[in-house]
Design a protein around this ligand. Sequence first.
Ligand SMILES: O=C(O)CCC(=O)C(=O)O
Ligand SMILES: [Fe+2]
Length: 284
Amino acid sequence: MATTKHRVPGKQTVYYFPSFVSEDEETFLLRKISESPLPKWKSLARRRLLQVLGGEITPNGALIPQDLPDCVTSYPPLIGRIQALGLFEASKHGKPNHIIVNEYLPGQGIMPHQDGPVYHPVVATISLGSHAVFHYHSFENSSTPDAPPDSGEPADPSAVSPQSMSGKAAALPQIGSIGQIPIMSLFLEPRSLVVTTGEMYTDHLHSLEPVIEDIFLPGGQVIYGRSTGNPLNVSEVEIANKDLVATEAYKQALQEGGSLTRGTRVSMTCRDVERVSKFMHKSI
Ligand SMILES: O=C(O)CCC(=O)C(=O)O
Ligand SMILES: [Fe+2]
């Protein structure tokens, strides 16, 4: 498959595509997204804004569909491009029908969470405007009830915390415990696409640390855990896709070490909601 060379080493279920979107397309998308009328945005505590394209998901997990806008179907043809990768082949619609747009200012992130069973277990995430470092975590002691975790403020109502998955509180790795250290971390360039599939979707959590800069050591490790405020929790984590990164300046930071300041990042998480209600949303 054409995607083979985009597999992130170490895990067979994560793919990274630099320059998935051109610079012109990025400028166009960021303009379109910022022009969306305010009622389309929802405010969150840790991320500033969230917008949903493709329709709302009901509490029982069905999509009340709404047409995806031209800026993801025609120019740029993001949905077709994602479909052509073949990574959604096993999903009911063969391509994403739902997109969540998140905006993160420098210093904002998202706590470890899972995206949940409402979606086919593949998520394609486009980054625009700024780089970020993306972490995957595993569950530790998942049978041990523990203090209810911060829900991770999932990006969308259908996302689940470990609590809601099992019906009883499952331990979310506590800050500083082994499970809190990511099992894999990725450098996401602006305009890149990352696709998470298989057990990395179903059995792991993912997060973005709320930091204003990312600090790299020579050889491609990133400093993780500064946002906890506890120096004992700080660790060095390998960037698994460092050899797939395409932009010179980023490659240099990953090879030689250095720090990269975060700008405003807009992400588009594209997924397939397999249950679609037959009732169409009214256009607003
Ligand atoms: O912004 C990102 O890259 C991640 C967003 C996310 O995890 C989600 O929308 O569920
Ligand atoms: Fe997520």
